[in-house]
Design a protein around this ligand. Structure first.
Ligand code: CDP
Ligand code: MG
Length: 717
């Protein structure tokens, strides 16, 4: 962020440095104003405002990069939608988009982030009482509804990137439909907001339990009429009809974008290793094609970091005097100050190559791209309700994703897209991606809906109903975690506490249990470390070294204690060094320490950040912040009590049988238990490649399961 301390009334002569900065600053402002004016959306501002004024629900479809996300909230602000201190809320499926767009808009408005413009995402809130344009994730708005069921501070809610159809977006749409209809009637008459009074009950119990933090609606006069809520649904692809039908024939408007032709190239044969193929293509473009930046779509942080490294290694072999390459990654767990780097132009003499997850598909628009490399894969959630197994798998993109990706090359001029698969494969792709709600475990969503007072989950007005089997399986799971009572209501206090924590229900339950097992300190570290992609990394050419490095943290009891050891070692390191050196030096030393230990410093930083925040939640909730000290047996028993749904026993041939699902799985080679193969384990993650692997594994005693999870195992066996 550019720091902007206007000093009103300052008339004195500026020193040279200041003068330069000021000139630079005003040049940048001018450039931004120009960019804004040239966006396709700029010419339809007046018409858009009229449509919003006329329609309570409006669907806006516009090509990616036309300016929807950054401009429309500013238009609405200008048109007076924030009168009386009301807020315009814009939800994004991805946190990176919420963060980077908010920063951009703050800059466009010439304000400090957190003042008029701010963002709020899980574990990171920059908003203040003066925030009027608030970017947030869709999941976060759902959480806000727990404390303020009428979302009363918002005059307009924009559900952006609705075509992504994340599970949170889908649930939010149903919820907003109810909120909108409730807000157009006097509260006392209202029966339509989920289940009317039950909301009040859920809200009251939250208020009672958490010291009156719930805001708003309880204090309101029940006869007061809420100001109506305007809803805007925005989407990049042309599926306005689904949304329009769902909202009873709502009006939709289309914004013309600008798109230059993009030449598409396919490979002759399928590629065996798409990372290798990406690398080769990057260098072919770099050495043979004209100027323009390259955007590569990869599936996750691990892939991005490994390609980043491979590029940097190979750069040293380029002929003397060739143009240089600047590699910039972008993915969700990247610290937010680094996320903004992708938008900055490459230094002169450099070509920029952006390694992105599918966040760059539609959520963020990066200027300057002329070449797109699309290996054709994406990481997606997949769920099998029969086995109650959710996993992240790498799957082929849909046709519409492939088109979106190639479109990124033609925003500013003609471009080229290299699809790393044969044309015949393209024809086989699905037309569009199945909504996430059809392919994920629903326990988190159900827990939240229950907390919002929606008791009849099967009857909830979903834009697309999840399968009955998936709903029932998730209800069962919540029941076995103790979150629901026999008549399927949220249990008190466990269910309410679980709904309150911004974590997966299984992790929330683990924290609550750890409070009783006197090992909450250890479990907080565990949950934080499990919430980020990989802590340890092992580059292909340094596997042996990486294995040796991990040994100094590794525990014969498994990966969970190994993660705790690594976390605590980083604590020790930082404590010792901060006594010796200043902040910038520590940062550098920390990165070096991580590198030596084959730890991803980005992941570890992210985990430390999450730890700080969930520890705050635990404290606020009055959980018992105790440590089990050296008694790791106690901690492992708590692991068994928490993750009993993911227990597995060894089979004669050395594979494992997961007890809940019956799946045959193997311990992932990255686990410290890969060779040891204990009799009984619990795990936190199932990865499906050619075989099914489990990651983050710890040794437990089989008998603990019936002792600590009798509600599940005593009945089963
Ligand atoms: O939402 P939509 O895809 O229609 O476009 P947008 O995200 O509002 O982006 C409009 C313009 O702002 C694009 O040209 C982006 O490159 C630019 N932008 C930027 O330069 N820096 C950001 N952090 C975000 C957007
Ligand atoms: Mg957008």
């Amino acid at each position: 962020m550019v720091q902007r301390n206007h000093r009103p009334g300052y008339t004195g002569k500026l020193s040279n440095g200041k003068q330069n900065r000021r000139t630079e600053f005003s040049a940048r402002r001018q450039k931004i104003a120009q960019q804004r004016k040239s966006l396709p959306i700029a010419s339809v501002e007046k018409r858009l405002i009229e449509e919003v004024q006329k329609n309570d629900i409006l669907i806006i479809v516009g090509e990616t990069g036309s300016g929807k996300t950054t401009q429309i909230p500013q238009f609405l602000f200008g048109a007076g939608f924030c009168r009386d201190g009301k807020v315009i809320g814009i939800t994004q499926p991805r946190r990176v988009a919420a963060v980077t767009v908010a920063k951009r808009v703050a800059e466009e408005c010439g304000v400090e982030l957190g003042q008029k413009v701010g963002y709020s995402v899980r574990f990171d809130d920059t908003t203040s009482g003066s925030t009027r344009i608030k970017y947030m994730t869709d999941g976060l708005l759902l959480r806000e509804a727990l404390l303020d069921p009428y979302l009363s501070k918002y005059s307009v809610i924009i559900v952006d990137e609705a075509h992504e159809r994340t599970v949170h977006t889908d649930v939010l749409l149903g919820l907003l439909k109810n909120v909108q209809s409730a807000r157009s009637k006097p509260v006392a008459d209202d029966q339509s907001l989920n289940s009317g009074r039950k909301n009040v009950i859920a809200g009251m119990s939250l208020e009672k339990e958490y010291g009156g933090q719930s805001s708003g609606f309880l204090k309101k006069d029940h006869h007061e009429k809420y100001a109506p809520l305007k809803l805007i649904i925005m989407s990049a692809s042309l599926d306005a009809r689904t949304f329009s039908e769902y909202f009873g024939g709502a009006k939709s408007v289309h914004i013309q974008g600008r798109q230059f032709p993009v030449d598409i190239f396919y490979t002759c044969h399928p590629e065996e290793d798409y990372l290798d193929a990406s690398l080769i293509t990057i260098f072919q473009i770099h050495l043979k094609e004209g100027p323009g930046d390259i955007l590569v779509f990869l599936t996750g942080q691990e892939e991005i970091e490994s390609v980043e490294k491979l590029i940097n290694d190979r750069l040293t072999q380029l002929p003397e005097g060739s143009q240089k390459l600047q590699v910039v990654p972008i993915f969700a767990a990247l610290p937010s100050e680094q996320q903004l780097l992708v938008f900055a132009p490459a230094p002169s003499g450099f070509r920029k190559v952006i390694l992105a997850t599918n966040i760059a598909e539609t959520s963020v628009t990066i200027p300057g791209i002329k070449y797109v490399i699309d290996p054709g894969f994406v990481k997606a959630r997949s769920y099998d309700p029969g086995k109650d197994m959710e996993s992240l798998i790498i799957v082929p993109t849909s046709k519409s994703q492939a088109l979106q990706r190639s479109g990124r090359a033609g925003r500013e001029g003609p471009g080229k897209c290299f699809r790393l698969y044969p044309e015949s494969e393209f024809e086989k792709l699905e037309d569009s991606t199945k909504p996430e709600i059809k392919r994920c475990n629903l326990s988190n969503v159900i827990l939240q809906l229950k907390a919002l007072g929606v008791d009849d989950i099967l009857g909830f007005d979903f834009i697309e109903k999840p399968s009955r089997a998936a709903i029932i399986k998730s209800l069962e799971q919540l029941f076995s975690l103790g979150a629901l009572t026999d008549d399927c209501r949220l249990s008190d206090p466990v269910g309410h506490q679980m709904a309150r924590l911004p974590l997966d229900p299984v992790y929330s339950k683990a924290l609550i249990l750890a409070s009783q097992f006197n090992c909450l300190e250890e479990m907080l570290i565990t949950v934080a470390m499990l919430s980020v992609e990989s802590i340890f990394y092992a580059p292909r050419e340094k596997q042996a070294e990486a294995r040796t490095a991990i040994k100094c943290f590794s525990s014969p009891e498994g990966d969970h204690i190994t993660l705790i050891n690594a976390y605590r070692a980083s604590n020790d390191f930082l404590e010792k060094r901060s006594a010796e050196m200043g902040k910038p030096k520590i940062e550098k030393a920390f990165r070096k320490w991580c590198k030596e230990n084959f730890i991803s410093s980005r992941s570890l930083k992210h985990a430390r950040d999450i730890h700080r925040q969930i520890r705050g939640h635990a404290e606020q909730m009055g959980l018992n912040l105790a440590s089990c000290g050296d008694d790791m047996l106690q901690y492992r028993r708590c692991l068994a009590a928490s993750f009993f749904l993911n227990a597995a026993v060894k089979q004669p041939e050395g594979t494992y049988r997961a007890l809940a699902s019956g799946l045959v799985v193997q311990i992932h080679p990255s686990s410290v238990l890969f060779r040891q193969k204990p009799e009984c384990i619990i795990f936190n993650e199932l990865v499906q490649t050619n075989s099914k692997y489990v990651r983050n594994v710890s040794r437990i005693d089989y008998l603990w399961l019936t002792e600590l999870a009798p509600q599940y195992y005593a009945v089963k066996n």
